[in-house]
Ligand binder design. Structure first.
Ligand SMILES: [Zn+2]
Length: 80
């Protein structure tokens, strides 16, 4: 889904070329950063939708090292 197409000049000695490359990398970074933020929101929404659709089956969470007893759904991994 996410591809990076950055042309890296072979000769970085030329300042104009190096500057253009730097600006290209910076621009790509911020584009990907925004895409990741959007993906993070989409992921949280998808998880909520999955948990809402799930007919939970609660089992004891033995992985938990906490003192409190915890339960986890064996289908969607939601805890309570
Ligand atoms: Zn569940």
């Amino acid at each position: 889904m996410i591809l990076i197409f950055i042309f890296k000049p072979a000769l970085m000695a030329d300042f104009a070329e190096a500057k253009e490359y730097y600006e290209q990398v910076t621009k790509t970074y911020w584009q990907r950063y925004r895409e990741l933020q959007e993906l993070e929101r989409a992921m949280a929404k998808a998880r909520t939708e999955m948990e809402t659709a799930c007919k939970h089956d609660w089992v004891r969470d033995w992985e938990d090292r906490d003192e409190r007893s915890r339960w986890i759904c064996r289908h969607c991994n939601k805890s309570r």
